[in-house]
Design a protein around this ligand. Sequence first.
Ligand code: HEM
Length: 137
Amino acid sequence: MNDSNSLPIETVRTSFTRCCAKDDFIDTFYHQLAFAAPQTGPMFANTDMEKQDALVRSGIEHLIEFAAGQDGVIGRIRELGVIHDRQNLDIPPELYPFWIDAMVLAVRECDDQFDEDLGKAWRAVLQPGIDLMTLIY
Ligand code: HEM
């Protein structure tokens, strides 16, 4: 169970909807990630970025649902954790703060209602799911 009531779920959900209206939201995110953590660039050398765009959008949706306390999504977050764990993609937990920073920078570019509080809201809502993913590593 999550402490769902204290998290700004709806604020982030509506911001995410505004971001998804921008075609280049995920593209912007990957540019920010490659800039903040250059070692991640080559990891996507053979990735079909069109498919990845849709997969990451739904991944974000799952992180939001997890923060909202929807128990049904735990399995999907665990699965994502396993996909990224040391036996599979081998993404070390130290890289995840760059992922979050890159996401907040992408939101800053894509959501015209962005302000510092909204950035904090995104960080707070993404964190529980990311914690579970990195715990699995
Ligand atoms: C810095 C941290 C991360 C790095 C470096 C990273 C890297 C990768 C890489 C290399 C792939 C495989 C792409 C391919 O198939 O070629 C991938 C897949 C994926 N990542 Fe990450 N990832 C990170 C964090 C996250 C987080 C926090 C999420 C949460 C939404 C996420 C969501 C996904 C999804 C949904 C896929 C596709 C999985 C599938 O094929 O079903 N990633 N990631």
